[in-house]
Design a protein around this ligand. Structure first.
Ligand code: ADP
Ligand code: MG
Length: 678
């Protein structure tokens, strides 16, 4: 019998009341109980005083240096004070309302105390004490509610484990367990709840994450398998030699990561499998060229291809890049945006309809009713999170089930949702082109703005180009504009006429914007003051300084995007954040940004800070509620799990192999409604 069918009531001491209590946590069966994992662990490793951070928890070890004293105060309150010698410093330890802990402190004996560190008083508010002859351990913390205590729950889990551990069957096929050196399910349960040490716990966590993602991906794959029976994509038989030659003609060599994703994309395009692929890569990782190669492949296979970008500036920039690369190969390119005259528009649309244009770059103007393609093979959606699901769908419907390549730099919830929905496969560029230097990021308060002016002067003297960005401060564009204009005036006052200062904002006409961007990319403008229109995708490799005013008004991801406008060439780049954070979260953001350049780390921090709960709103986004794994932080595990699950579903016979029996039963239970495994 499966442990999913054994009620918790089978455990000694579990009556109706306790049964209700565990049910309120969503635990019905022994299986549920065993897999109800702690949501976090206290870090119980002994630290040195040097590592103590004000108001953070720490475990310190020392020798009891004074008799513990219990002091009563207020009504029924008391506090226990004791001094402990840690690394030759006498530290005051205080426990509130736990007078019995007195017995744990024996003068002259070793002791370890876990608690909150107070830097100015050099003291600890104690939370836990480990005596000289006790073992320190990893503390598991469970999420419980009013009807059940941590301790009660832990005891139940212990009981269940002792009684049923031999019946915990591993659901992950053995060959996968071996390939990734995972624990079997019994060891996972043990290592998650009662690890003997950090290493065992780490390993259990890694295995539990994989297990969770893998089972989830198996569910997705089974849905997909159903889909695919009805969904045959285009076969784009591209010219391999031509593509290879093109790649060789590029001024740079593709990074390994870029080559890898190019291969994934081309393999999809060539097969009858319908491509619906998300290309993730941090800002500056070189997604555009990957798209261009895919588009060229589609053209050599005799199809039209379109790329849609969220802003005119970006569409224009793509158009310039793409046409300069492809026009010399006799490939006809065009750009379609909302700001063209009716005459221009009509001619372009006519050429697209007749198939005279091969490669079309555009904004959402591409999805207007008037636009018809002759034979659309591949669509690319840049910065895909900026488009609604409907807009993406509308573009797809311009062709007969064209392949889709969506690109994004921000692993934001929508992207996550896509990974999680599984309607897209994910390719990831996880390295930057060689020779890139880490962007140095500094944070200053607004009263120190003079320092920034000095720094910018120096950089300008070094021939650097500078972006200066101001956020949308108010709802009113007028006021925002004024803000940008004030800064523009200030920079003019400081640096003109020696240097050219430009300004860019949303109120400008498109050709005006284009003109400014052009001047900036051709180094006719040295300092570009801008509202956030430049946020997305803009690529001017010679720009090496990014100054962001009121940085505390932006989210982490957005700041990272903005910062990603520099650091695109081989020169050292800098980002200066001017901010007066008003609370801890804002302060934390500045600290994180100055400490890492990794978009995935930032996205994860962003999630943590906003509280994954409200950001994901799991019900709303349709994101499953992962218990152990974090789809952003553990993306690599998620992806591996996806690959393995996919592999299994490729071969319908695999499920009937004896080694997959447990998995098959499990999935049948879990995804009964899908009925896909018989
Ligand atoms: P993003 O991924 O942010 O869209 P881009 O595609 O705009 O990045 O590329 C950033 C810059 O890096 C561009 O100037 C591009 O030409 C350059 N680039 C792309 N791939 C490479 C490479 N393999 N080696 C050197 N530079 C590259
Ligand atoms: Mg881009």
């Amino acid at each position: 019998m499966s442990l999913r069918d054994v009620s918790v009531a089978q455990l000694p001491g579990v009556g109706p009341k306790r049964l209700e209590a565990v049910k309120s946590l969503g635990i019905n069966s022994i299986y549920d109980l065993l897999f109800y994992f702690p949501f976090r662990y206290e870090d119980m490793e002994v630290k040195s005083l040097d590592d103590a951070i004000d108001q953070e928890k720490i475990l310190l070890k020392g020798v009891v240096a004074s008799e513990p004293v219990v002091v009563r105060f207020g009504y029924k309150k008391n506090r226990l004070n004791v001094r402990v010698l840690v690394e030759n410093e006498s530290i005051m330890i205080t426990f509130f309302n736990q007078p019995w802990l007195k017995d744990k402190f024996e003068t002259g004996e070793d002791v370890a105390v876990y608690g909150k560190w107070n830097e100015s008083r050099r003291s600890i508010t104690g939370m836990k004490v480990i005596g000289s002859n006790e073992e320190g351990s990893i503390d598991s913390v469970y999420s419980v509610n009013k009807s059940i205590h941590q301790k009660t729950l832990v005891n139940l889990i212990k009981l269940a484990f002792d009684k049923y551990h031999e019946q915990i069957d591993s659901v992950i096929p053995q060959y996968i367990v071996e390939k990734y050196q995972l624990m079997d399910d019994e060891s996972i349960v043990k290592g998650m709840h009662f690890p003997s040490n950090e290493i065992e716990n780490e390993s259990a966590r890694r295995s539990a994450k994989f297990r969770e993602f893998f089972l989830f991906e198996c569910g997705i794959q089974s849905v997909k398998a159903n889909d695919e029976q009805q969904n045959v994509g285009l076969v784009e038989a591209y010219d391999e030699k031509y593509i290879a030659k093109f790649n060789e003609s590029l001024p740079f060599k593709l990074t390994n990561s870029q080559s890898k994703v190019v291969n994934e994309i081309l393999a999809d395009m060539k097969s009858s499998h319908h491509m619906n692929r998300l290309l993730q890569g941090d800002v500056g990782s070189g997604k555009t060229i990957v798209a261009v190669i895919a588009m060229l492949a589609s053209v050599t296979a005799g199809f039209q291809t379109a790329i849609m970008a969220p802003t005119e500036i970006l569409a224009q920039q793509h158009f310039e890049k793409i046409s300069s690369l492809l026009e010399k190969l006799q490939i006809r390119t065009a750009i379609l945006t909302g700001s063209q005259t009716k005459r221009e528009h009509d001619t372009i649309v006519e050429n697209i309809r007749e198939g005279k244009t091969n490669v079309i770059v555009g904004t959402h103007a591409l999805i207007q009713d008037s636009v018809d393609f002759k034979n659309l093979g591949l669509i690319v959606i840049d910065e895909q999170h900026r488009f609604g699901v409907n807009q993406r769908k509308a573009l797809r419907e311009k062709g007969n089930n064209p392949d889709v390549l969506a690109m994004t730099a921000t692993p934001i919830p929508r992207t996550l949702a896509i990974t999680a929905y599984g309607d897209m496969e994910v390719s990831r560029i996880d390295e930057l082109p060689a020779g890139r230097k880490k962007i140095e990021t500094y944070w200053i308060r607004s009263q120190k703005v003079e320092q920034m002016y000095k720094f910018v002067s120096k950089q300008l003297a070094n021939k650097a180009q500078v972006y200066v960005v101001t956020p949308l401060i108010s709802e009113s564009e007028k006021i925002d504009l004024k803000n940008a204009e004030l800064i523009y005036d200030k920079f003019n006052e400081l640096y003109a006429p020696k240097y050219n200062i430009g300004i860019l904002h949303g109120k400008m006409a498109n050709d005006e914007k284009e003109d400014i961007m052009n001047k900036f990319s051709h180094q006719k403008i040295d300092v570009l003051v801008s509202t956030t229109v430049i946020e997305v995708g803009v690529d001017v490799p010679n720009a090496t300084v990014m100054v962001i005013y009121d940085a505390n008004r932006f989210g982490l991801s957005q700041l990272h995007q903005l910062r990603g406008r520099v650091g695109r060439g081989e020169k050292q780049s800098y980002c200066i954040l001017i901010a007066d954070p008003k609370n801890d979260v804002a302060l934390e953001r500045m600290k994180i940004l100055t400490s890492t350049n990794d978009g995935f780390v930032l996205a994860e921090e962003d999630l943590k800070m906003r509280g994954s709960g409200d950001l994901l709103g799991s019900k709303q986004s349709g994101l499953p509620d992962f218990k152990v794994g974090n789809p952003i932080a553990d993306f690599n595990i998620l992806q591996t799990a996806q690959i393995e699950a996919e592999q299994i579903f490729k071969d319908p016979q695999v499920m009937n192999k004896p080694e997959n029996k447990v998995l098959k039963l499990f999935l049948n239970d879990e995804f009964e409604q899908l009925n896909n495994f018989d």
